[in-house]
Every structure is written in C-alpha cells, then in structure tokens.
Design a protein around this ligand. Sequence first.
Ligand code: ZN
Ligand code: ZN
Length: 210
Amino acid sequence: MARETPTSTTNPTPRSQSEADALIFNVAGLLGEPAGTVQDIVVACPALDPGAGPVQTRGITGELRFSRTNRGLLVRGRLSTAIALICSRCLRDIDCPVEIKLDDEALPSLDLGTGVPVETEDDVDVLRLTTHHELDLNGVVRDAIALAEPIAPICREDCLGLCIVCGLELSGGPHDHPDEDIDPRLEGLRQLIDSPDAESPAARPNSHRR
Ligand SMILES: [Zn+2]
Ligand SMILES: [Zn+2]
C-alpha cells in the first residue's frame, strides 16, 4: 500500500494498490501541474518478486517526493527493506538491511501536449513513464536491491567463521580439539607425551636412560 499525500491543489483519486502494482504510481494529475509542483508519497508495500535477485525478508517502506519538472518528473527519496543472505564466514542466515536512495528523472513516453509517442530509442537508460502516465519503480528498486547485495556478507564484523578441522563456529568461545584430531605429522610427538615410561627405543629414539 502507498498512501498519497499531495501537497499541490489537485487531489489524485485515492487508489487501492494490490501487491502487483505496489510500486506503480499514477502521476497523470501531477503531470498536469506546472513545473515545481511536488507530491509526497509514503511507501509501505510488500516485498517485490525477487526474480534472480536476493529475496527480501520484509516489505519496502520509505518516503518519496515527485517533483514536476519542465520535462517530466524528478523522483527523489529513500526506501528501506532487508534481504536474506548467508554469512560468508560462518554460513549463518543473516537479515541484511538495504537502503535505497532514489534520485531519478522520469520522462513521459507520450508528448504531454499532443499525445504523440516520444522518440525513446536513443536514451534506453532513461526512466520512462508508461503511456498511461504511470511511474513504475519496480525495475529501479529491484536493480538497486541487487546492487546493494554485498559480495561477501558477514553476520558481524568480528565473525571468526568456521574451524577448518571440525567445522564448528570459532566465535563460540574456547575451541580445543581432542588428541584424535591432531595433525598426523605430530603423531610421533604425541606418543612420546602419552607414554613417558615406555622402554621401546623406537618410541623414544633420543632416550639416554639406561
Ligand atoms: Zn558469521
Ligand atoms: Zn575445530
């Protein structure tokens, strides 16, 4: 759901927003206003379909301001959500907060005066309003979430990760291994320590006892 709170004199018709169009805003009213008119939007919508990107663990909240420019709309604001990741050191599930900062100009795909489609082939990177004068932020926000995904997420700065011998978490406190796990190259030394009274010359090659 997004609550629209226009600060201009026009009152856009309130709409109920389903999950599918949670980040789609009808801006026809604002486009009819003079440059400089602003509209503030409070966003509180469900998580997006992640596609191939990271899965959101909560919905999207935040505030946006749409400002009418000479050419179209300026879209500014901050949104926040969180994504599900796995700590790259200890493999624990983590809930990683994501902040999305938007600062984009959205241009009409129809000439506002004539209704003729605008030539858009040259600027594929420009955010375009739909032919129904809707601002669809789903793609922009989904891209921003994917970009915010850290390459090597960690559950906390001092996560020590897992022991390479036993696989247990090293952050859990003192970490000792029983002798069975000792490095095989040190096996001879262990036998010396375990059997100080052994008389076998093989076990005590440096013994000077008689
Ligand atoms: Zn960790
Ligand atoms: Zn271990």
